[in-house]
Design a binder for this molecule. Structure first.
Ligand code: PLP
Length: 392
């Protein structure tokens, strides 16, 4: 018999992907330039040229060795390159043994949750949150507990986190720079969180893991992005090159467990076990090798910064309310009616594709992805204006 839960997941479309698919069909129907697709987070800048150069060089290597299996956590040279980079950039101990290559942050979070939870546990998320967190948490037989972000700055509400932790809590997932809001958690905010977690560990007598989901670490507009393991020892970093190197389809990232926590070695072994159980071993090997060469390539965030300025200036002139983003490439805009789904539908009539906030765990907002061509943002302004007029 099929697994009904898996069937339901497969049958239930993600709001983001559904809108993206609608956009593709609509573009085929009325023309690429007539649809203003702000739905998906596909980077709009090309990977650095060193990525292509490295791939071409690798093609000259002996193919059986190049394309062969690596050990389950990854190629030792690639793991060392990542570990050295972490140690250099964040002034923290990092060895290859603390790095496990994964198929993006998605793979990393799914493995991590399998490693550090047991059925019946609770895992906290800060709402609004990346919708797949709930899927991965519930798959482990755990409960996804939403903790609303602090208002109006969308930082972590540490009092609310403290109130949500109980004897069943095993972990909290955070994501900074944040999708969908664009918030970057300050050092002070994260230090406060670390204090709460440490005191709750003592109160409930069990470890509390902090999963730091970091696909947007490099995409910031001048704000410091503190390295979370330096502030809270029991942190597990799930990093991805999807956005920083514009390689989302190649499925490459890693898990890093710092050795500052007393159970770090045990956690790393458990991650290896979870990777094995999920069949998530030996991440795409060509891309591990590319990462080894490109680990410190800078991300070109300048064009996202221009898009951000264009969009925020344009929408603010038109009277839209939004959260000023400090990182990532999303704008969190207040819907012009309480029902975000209805607002998104009305936007669609103007060929504007905006993701309603409901699947991120809150009502009344839309997410506007600005990792798109500058011209699309410029051309979309009359549509945003017409939409605003409808509500006046
Ligand atoms: N976490 C967040 C917050 C994301 O926005 C995404 C992708 O958009 C992911 C995780 C998954 O990214 P990856 O492509 O690295 O699996």
């Amino acid at each position: 018999m099929i697994n009904q839960h898996m069937y339901d997941l497969g049958a239930e479309p993600s709001a983001i992907r559904e809108l993206f698919a609608y956009g593709l069909a609509r573009k085929a129907e009325i023309g690429e330039d007539k649809v203003f697709d702000f739905s998906i987070g596909n980077p709009s800048i090309p990977a650095p040229s060193k990525v292509k150069e490295t791939v071409l060089q690798l093609m000259e290597e002996e193919p059986c060795a190049l394309h062969g299996y690596t050990p389950a956590p990854g190629d030792m040279r690639a793991r060392k390159a990542v570990a050295d980079s972490i140690a250099r950039r964040f002034n923290i101990d990092a060895t290859p043994e603390q790095v496990y290559f994964t198929a993006g942050a998605a793979g990393g979070i799914a493995i991590t949750l399998a490693a550090i939870t047991n059925p019946g546990d609770e895992v906290l998320v800060i709402s609004p949150y990346f919708p797949e967190y709930r899927v991965w948490i519930e798959q482990m037989g755990c409960t996804c507990v939403e903790v609303p972000a602090h208002q109006p700055d969308f930082q972590i509400d540490n009092n609310a986190v403290a109130a949500a932790i109980n004897e069943h809590t095993s972990a909290l997932i955070i994501n900074s720079p944040n999708n969908p809001v664009g918030a970057v958690y300050t050092r002070e905010n994260l230090e406060g969180l670390a204090e709460v977690l440490r005191s709750k560990e003592v109160e409930f007598g069990r470890p509390l893991y902090l999963i730091s989901d970091e696909p947007y670490r490099e995409i910031t507009y001048g704000k410091e992005v503190p390295y979370v393991p330096c502030l809270y020892a029991r942190t597990i970093v799930c990093y991805s090159y999807s956005k920083s190197l514009s390689l989302p389809g190649e499925r490459i990232g890693y898990i890093y467990v710092s050795d500052l926590a007393d159970d770090a070695k045990k956690v790393m072994t458990t991650i290896a076990g979870a990777g094995r159980a999920l069949g998530a071993v030996c991440a795409p090997v060509l891309w591990q090798r590319v990462i080894a060469a490109c680990v410190d390539e800078p991300s070109d965030v300048a064009s996202y910064a221009e898009n951000r300025a264009l969009l925020t200036e344009g929408l603010s002139k038109l009277g839209y309310e939004f959260v000023e983003p400090d990182g990532a490439f999303y704008l969190w805009v207040r819907a012009l009616e309480p029902d975000a789904q209805a607002f998104s539908e009305r936007a669609k009539a103007h060929e504007l594709l905006l993701v309603p906030s409901d699947s991120f765990g809150v009502t009344g907002w839309v997410r506007v992805s600005y990792c798109i061509a500058k011209k699309t943002i410029e051309d979309a302004m009359p549509a945003f204006e017409a939409l605003m007029k409808e509500y006046k």
